[in-house]
Design a protein around this ligand. Structure first.
Ligand code: PLP
Length: 385
């Protein structure tokens, strides 16, 4: 009787599972594998955030909340959008979700019909095309290249617009590329969205992790076309708390709330109070972000320099905590290159296959400088042997 639905069967199995299962297998066999594949900060959640959660538990803030989140948090998010992003979203134009992922999921389901086309810069975070396809809409990749630092060319976007194009998804700073799109690129994309009447969904989860570039929210250029998604996971080292949020036109936010009301109801009450502390205790939060940013920057410099010196060309990303290394020196096929790194150097990376990044692997540097040094040493030894 358990015949899987067409939707379940349409979910693309990850090409990278083979490599990650092999990493697990090796670990279980006692082999010391260093993982450079995780997509989360290695820092602990800051103490003022934890304290607010403990306080929430002790004072009984442990019940259902409003679907769109507690009013204090929506007010704090509205103030954050104004203060940090120059965006005007009233508290009732904001919704709180179970992670950035659910905000994106709700947004796609609220806005897309089967057959709609959605432009997605590639290499992309794998969940965008998968979520878009679940709605019946069609993901259309817009390629970017390592040579240009994966910066989007607005002309390449416009060249793919058809009468069925409905949306463009942006992610800057980006996973997996670390690219930060400059203001002039964002402005050009915003003007294009206005010309063709497209929706822009912008995922700004990594906004605070920017090194030598300027991070600008595209919503400043085309507020009437933009839905802005963000969250607590990457900014405040809160991946496990599951807090995301979005700001956008009230009718869209209301539709997203309707989806949420029939699925998860509301984000965890305790986590909402924790996120409230992150968004309102500015001094402590700013100190944490600055500490993290400095650490990531030093690690980025170390890993980029090291990989390039080993003959694995790696552009210097301006944001997030990932690098994309070109692996033709190891194998023409990135899956095989990743397998070699695992088997011969005992370093786990993510092959670019699922990100539409052929010939490249992604390494996360959300790990210590010592580990990065050891990874470079292992790869160097493998290449020398
Ligand atoms: N957006 C991007 C680009 C991500 O890399 C991730 C997490 O890996 C998310 C969204 C999901 O964030 P959350 O953990 O808040 O659902």
């Amino acid at each position: 009787p358990f015949r899987l639905s067409q939707r379940a069967r349409s979910l693309k199995p990850s090409a990278t599972v083979a490599v990650s299962s092999r990493a697990l297998e090796l670990r279980r066999a006692g082999v010391d594998v260093i993982s450079m594949s995780v997509g989360e900060p290695d820092f602990d959640t800051p103490p003022h955030v934890k304290a607010a959660a403990i306080q929430a538990i002790e004072s009984g803030k442990t019940k259902y909340t409003a679907v769109n989140g507690i009013a204090e948090l929506r007010e704090a998010i509205s103030a954050k959008f104004a203060r940090e992003n120059g965006l005007e979203y009233a508290p009732d134009a904001v919704t709180v979700t179970s992670g950035g992922k659910q905000a994106l999921f709700n947004a796609f389901f609220a806005l897309l019909n089967p057959g709609d086309e959605v432009l997605i810069p590639a290499p992309y975070w794998v969940s965008y095309p998968e979520m878009v396809a679940l709605t019946g809409a069609v993901p259309i990749p817009v390629p970017t290249t390592p040579e240009s630092g994966f910066i989007l060319d607005p002309g390449e976007v416009e060249a793919r617009v058809t009468p069925r194009t409905r949306m463009i998804v942006l992610n800057s700073p980006g996973n997996p590329t670390g690219a930060v799109f400059p203001p002039e690129v964002l402005e050009a994309v915003a003007r294009m969205a206005q010309r063709h009447n497209l929706v822009i969904v912008t995922d700004e989860m990594y906004e605070h992790l920017v090194y030598d570039a300027e991070q600008v929210s595209i919503g400043r250029y085309a507020p009437e076309h933009t839905l802005t998604v963000n969250g607590a996971s990457k900014a405040y080292a809160m991946t496990g708390w599951r807090i995301g949020y979005a700001g956008g036109p009230k009718a869209v936010i209301a539709a997203m709330n309707a989806f949420q009301s029939q699925s998860t109801s509301n984000a965890s009450s305790v986590s909402q109070y924790a996120a409230l502390a992150a968004l309102t205790q500015h001094e402590e939060t700013a100190r944490f972000i600055e500490m993290a940013r400095r650490a990531y920057r030093e690690r980025r410099d170390r890993i980029v320099e090291g990989l390039n010196a080993l003959g694995l060309p790696t552009p210097t990303p301006q944001g997030a905590f990932y690098v994309m290394a070109q692996t033709s020196r190891l194998h023409p096929d990135e899956l095989e290159a990743a397998r070699r790194l695992l088997d011969e150097a005992r370093v786990a990376v993510v092959p670019g296959t699922d990100f539409a990044a052929p010939g490249q692997v992604r390494l996360s540097y959300a790990t210590s400088l010592e580990q990065i040094g050891e990874v470079l040493r292992r790869i160097g030894k493998m290449l020398a042997d």
